[in-house]
Design a protein around this ligand. Structure first.
Ligand code: API
Length: 293
């Protein structure tokens, strides 16, 4: 039996295993399917995980560079993951002592800064361009507040595709029933993560919303690759703010609090230029895990 060392982390309860990229895991999909299983997978605060981050660290680069490959519970590889990037930056900072990290992802390089338990990741510029989301060829125009399989959806790529629906109360929606038809809709040839958002009044001044009109959002996301709801999704949080701005619901370049069930994220979406995602990361433990034959 071969085992490899893995570390369990979470970013606002989005759970990940971290494994060194040179660990002898020949079948990464099988490894992820086995250990991410929410009933029989790795232990911890929550059994299982939302993916395995295979990390390839170059400590000699300046800043330190780490190539991140996220293998999801269904064995697929995601191009980008905001909370996974925060975990990756924290892991690299622990390994090297550096506070600045460049994360190489299939969606491009992402700069990250680790300060105590808070990590800020540069998330690239959200795109509504049909070719970028991507949308099916015949879609033509960006998808903005458009009905798709029962939800009114705005489609945006924040490293991965999100279908964002603004609703009165995210908790009043049966996400596990409503999301799958949207996630698989023909308009999304590569699928989409389905993100619900509802606007809430800011009850404290911890995060400044739009000046004179303080806003924050609650968020729930059904993730492609997990094929279920996760307790937080960083690309989804950025998608909420980007979509709110694009559809005229929000007009700010300042920080906006977005709260998935697992905690609070702070998102900045400038009118032009890369968005940022800030939030806490926690390391649970290290363990040895079996490599499936
Ligand atoms: N949880 C991740 C998103 C993973 C993306 C993945 N589910 C996909 O697009 O296939 C995040 O924090 O951004």
């Amino acid at each position: 039996m071969t085992t490899v060392t893995a570390e369990k982390y979470h970013g606002t309860e989005n759970d990940f295993l971290v494994v060194a990229a040179d660990a002898p895991v020949a079948d990464r999909a099988a490894f992820a399917r086995t250990h991410c299983d929410r009933e029989t997978g790795v232990g911890g605060e929550r059994t299982g995980a939302d993916g395995v981050l295979f990390l390839d660290l170059d400590p000699t680069a300046s800043p330190v560079r780490v190539t991140m490959t996220l293998v999801q519970p269904d064995g697929s590889v995601a191009e980008m993951c905001g909370n996974g990037a925060r975990v990756t930056a924290t892991w690299a900072a622990r390994e090297t002592g550096a506070s600045e990290v460049v994360i190489g992802t299939p969606a491009g390089d992402r700069h990250a800064v680790v300060q105590g338990e808070g990590v800020t990741v540069e998330m690239g510029q959200p795109s509504f361009d049909p070719a970028d989301v991507p949308l099916a060829r015949d879609a033509g125009e960006p998808l903005l507040d458009t009905p798709v399989e029962g939800l009114s959806v705005t489609a945006v790529n924040t490293g991965v595709p999100h279908a964002v629906a603004f609703v009165d109360d995210v908790d009043a929606v049966d996400l596990s029933t409503v999301a799958p038809p949207v996630r698989h809709a023909a308009v999304f040839p590569e699928g989409a993560n389905v993100t619900l958002a509802s606007r809430v009044a800011v009850d404290d001044d911890a995060v400044e919303g739009a000046p004179g009109d303080p806003t924050a959002y609650r968020q729930r996301t059904y993730e492609r690759g997990v094929e279920g709801e996760t307790l937080a999704c960083g690309t989804g949080g950025v998608a909420v703010v980007a979509a709110a701005k694009r559809t005229g619901r929000l007009d700010t370049e300042g920080p906006v609090r977005v709260s998935p069930p697992g905690g609070d994220l702070v998102i900045v979406v400038p009118n032009d230029g890369p968005a940022t995602l800030t939030g806490p990361v926690e390391r649970e433990f290290a363990t040895d895990l079996e490599v499936p034959a």
